[in-house]
Write a protein that binds this ligand. Structure first.
Ligand SMILES: Cc1ncc(COP(=O)(O)O)c(C=O)c1O
Length: 402
């Protein structure tokens, strides 16, 4: 791709181009932050949920409108996107809560071991939760990269499939196999991978996994997260958040907890139904979409962004090898914050991560090749202006999230 017309030609041949029409992206905006908050699928509309289901059907909706079964129903639909056979995923609560649920349960599957391994570059919430679980259960946390050898006595390994900062994609199957070889359980956070790269949790022998739904699954701000528990662990897994929704007989209102069979035991309390209905509608955009097409386009988009960054002389933190790259490109810039703000002012929305990273996310369902071309063109102009005006200073008082 050496000119804008080449990018347009790729869009004309793109099998996912019609899927882009299922999204709302405001005119004049190039949206490269779907790795943080996905764009709104136009079919997501809470009017029916609010007026009819809640307003009119009231409490009857738990049965009449399928609210009670919603977490498992949505769970199975997410499962289909991560290579999980039905009955292993449930939806609800935040990723942070699900991480606590998964890590604690994982540690309990290895009661005679003392070490949790997490990546020192993991998303903060993953590290904070690992530290807290360790304090709670009197364990140690060891920080290591997913590619490092595992220390002796490791009980649980907690990694992200895609690094939120650099966009590096880790070998989920290989790392899982290596952890199993030393008898450890693996908890994967696939927040930056689900909907962006094909995942095969069952085939990889994954134990537990959690993920976000407001990024590449486009479920909307604060959309509930999900947890995967491999079927082979269902009988033994002892989840710490023993809410009544996960009880074997919730409507018996028994005094003592008895876990439900299957992944239903990973349910906690009453879930955010409105948010989950929005997510359920958002998942419709995946109908008929091949994750292989998503991956191929994502690599095409990120290849183009990297090639244009090279032309601009900008440092690229994201791995260049396809098998090591998720669906974002992170650029290293001295004035990353200032450049990011100026790009947003010009309609190109990416985000800044301290201290010097400009993250550009490429959601293949709605980002076009020509968007990449125009965004990188805009970056070139911003860099020229910043250089001309002298260095900026600003750092954000509080970054906008994830
Ligand atoms: C890897 C990872 N885990 C977890 C989270 C967020 O957790 P929560 O949904 O609880 O805010 C993020 C947010 O960006 C993330 O990148």
């Amino acid at each position: 791709v050496t000119c804008r017309a080449d990018a347009q030609a790729l869009d004309a041949a793109d099998p996912l181009a019609p899927v882009g029409d299922r999204f709302v992206v405001p005119p004049g905006v190039i949206y490269l932050d779907g790795n943080s908050l996905g764009a709104r699928p136009s079919a997501v509309d809470l009017d029916d949920a609010v007026r009819r289901q809640w307003g009119n059907d009231l409490i009857r909706s738990w049965n009449r409108n399928g609210w009670w079964t919603l977490p498992l129903r949505v769970g199975d639909r997410i499962g289909a996107l991560v290579g999980a056979a039905p009955g292993q995923v449930t939806c609800g609560d935040s990723t942070t809560v699900q991480l606590f649920q998964a890590l604690t349960a994982a540690v309990r599957l290895r009661p005679d071991r003392r070490v949790i391994v997490t990546d020192g570059a993991n998303f903060p919430t993953d590290q904070y939760v690992a530290d807290s679980v360790a304090r709670l259960l009197d364990l140690e946390v060891c920080r290591a990269a997913p590619s490092d050898p595992l220390p002796a006595g490791v009980s649980v390994v907690s990694f992200s499939a895609v690094d939120y900062r650099t966009g590096e994609l880790w070998d989920l199957a290989g790392i899982t196999a290596a952890a199993h070889e030393v008898g450890a359980i693996v908890v994967w956070d696939v927040s930056h991978a689900v909907g962006a790269v094909p995942l095969e949790l069952d085939a990889a022998g994954a134990d537990l996994a959690v993920g976000c739904t407001y990024k590449y699954l486009n479920g909307g701000p604060g959309a509930p997260a999900w947890i995967y528990v491999a079927a082979r662990h269902h009988a033994a897994v002892d989840l710490p958040l023993t809410g009544w929704n996960g009880h074997a007989d919730p409507f018996a209102f028994a005094d003592r907890y008895a876990p439900a069979d299957g992944v239903a035991r990973a349910r906690i309390g009453t879930p955010p139904i409105l948010s989950m209905l929005a997510l359920e509608a958002a998942l419709d955009v995946w109908d008929g979409v091949s994750l292989a097409d998503v991956r191929a386009k994502s690599l095409g988009l990120t290849d183009l962004a990297i090639a244009r960054a090279d032309v601009l002389g900008v440092g690229v933190m994201t791995p260049r090898q396809h098998h090591r790259r998720g669906s974002q490109v992170t650029l290293r810039l001295d004035d990353a914050y200032l450049v990011c703000q100026e790009l947003i002012r010009r309609g190109v929305i990416g985000d800044f991560r301290a201290p010097d990273c400009l993250r550009l996310g490429f959601a293949a369902l709605y980002v076009r090749y020509v968007d990449v071309w125009d965004a990188m063109d805009a970056l070139g102009s911003v860099l020229a202006d910043v250089q001309r005006l002298g260095r900026g200073s600003g750092r954000p008082a509080a970054g906008v999230v994830t």
